[in-house]
Ligand binder design. Structure first.
Ligand SMILES: *Cc1c(COP(=O)(O)O)cnc(C)c1O
Length: 363
């Protein structure tokens, strides 16, 4: 028997969420973001599902794009951070990777290189995130340079990224949208603005190309209940089984540092999953898990390979019972709240030690 800890990825949920994103995109095209191993879900498997609904995909790095190509993914792939070297530009040209140009060094490389074939370039404008991108006031100049550049093919797309789209009616988001539209006015170019929260909640940000990531995995980007986000289906369920059960008398402690002490005669279940799998060590006592569909709470610190759970209030708990750490019935957002992080990080941190099982739908 192998260790029972595994992540079940529901391909039907990925498909459902992607269709929803495509509907929200309306006449615009969908560019699913599959960076960071598709937020932990498996980039190749996710890309195969998304390819059915999407004109192109997006990743963070050339390495990620090459992995997809080598696995037979044929859609164009946008490199969200552009290229880091002249070699990468050659690879991009050969493999039909699109490049998000975000500074003059990258633009200079494109203009001065000899390429096997023209490469598609997007222009990233920094409208207020202040990480990457050109000054928006340069939009016309940059657009002209790309139009004049023989190394550049395809449609030129003007893009920006929003800092606060997960907050309703946010003034910074309104300012970013205004800045983008003002500086790109009059240019014959396509636009790309929306990430998941913008696609879900900011109709003005929907445009020719929409770039959702987290929503495709069934995770709401919002800290509040949002109508459309309620329709998302969680794609990853992290499962394990009870490996040991013991009774702990009043006053005895459980786990490293003896941080949890029994205030009543307690029954403690040990589950073989820990921070060595990517379960957040920051999750404190009280963090929920599901056992046979019922809620129970962590008791004591998360270890590298194990957690301990207070099952005193659950009837008929037995060795081998199924434990859900997150996913169906227990959202990654809730676990993220307990652990002081965001749902994005919860699934993205899941380590290779945890086998992924792909199902048409979760049982
Ligand atoms: C990661 C990323 C996205 C996707 O963001 P989500 O919030 O996961 O939808 C979109 N655009 C860029 C530039 C990104 O880096």
């Amino acid at each position: 028997m192998p260790r029972p800890t595994r992540a079940v990825v529901d391909l039907g949920a990925l498909d459902h969420n992607c269709k929803l994103a495509a509907e929200l995109s309306g006449a615009g095209a969908l560019m699913p973001v599959v960076k960071a191993n598709a937020y932990g879900h498996g980039a190749v498997e996710a890309a195969r599902v998304f390819e059915r609904h999407a004109a192109a995909l997006a990743v963070a790095s050339t390495e990620e794009a090459v992995t997809l190509r080598e696995s037979g993914i044929q859609a164009p792939i946008l490199l969200l951070q552009g290229i880091f070297s002249a070699d990468e530009l050659q690879i991009a040209s050969r493999q039909d990777f699109w490049i998000m140009l975000q500074n003059d060094a990258q633009l200079g490389l494109v203009e001065s290189s000899e390429l096997p074939r023209p490469v598609s370039c997007w222009i990233k404008l920094d409208t207020g995130m202040h990480r990457l991108g050109f000054l928006p006031s340069r939009a016309h100049e940059l657009h002209q340079r790309l139009q004049a550049c023989p190394q550049v093919g395809g449609d030129t797309v003007l893009a920006t990224h929003l800092a606060c789209a997960d907050e309703p009616d946010n003034a910074h988001t309104r300012a970013q949208l205004h800045c983008f539209l003002t500086h790109t006015e009059g240019l014959d170019a396509q636009h790309s603005i929306a990430n998941s929260p913008a696609l879900l909640a900011w109709p003005d940000a929907r445009s020719h190309w929409n770039r959702p990531g987290v929503m495709l995995y069934g995770q709401s980007p919002f800290a509040f209940e949002q109508d459309t986000a309620q329709k998302l289906q969680p794609a990853m369920t992290l499962l394990s089984e009870i490996q040991a059960l013991r009774d702990v008398p009043v006053g005895d402690s459980v786990g490293y540092g003896s941080s949890w002490v029994a205030s009543r005669p307690s029954r403690i279940a040990t589950v073989p999953v820990g921070y060595g799998d990517g379960y957040p060590r920051a999750a404190p006592s009280g963090t929920p898990v599901l056992i046979n569909g019922h809620r129970a709470a962590l008791a004591g610190r998360v270890s590298m390979d194990m957690i301990t759970v207070d099952v005193t209030d659950l009837p008929n708990v037995a060795l081998g019972d199924t434990v859900t750490l997150w996913g169906q019935g227990l959202s990654t957002n809730e676990i993220a709240d307990w652990a002081g992080t965001i749902s994005y990080e919860v699934t993205t941190r899941l380590l290779p030690r945890v086998p992924r099982e792909y199902r048409a739908s979760t049982p």
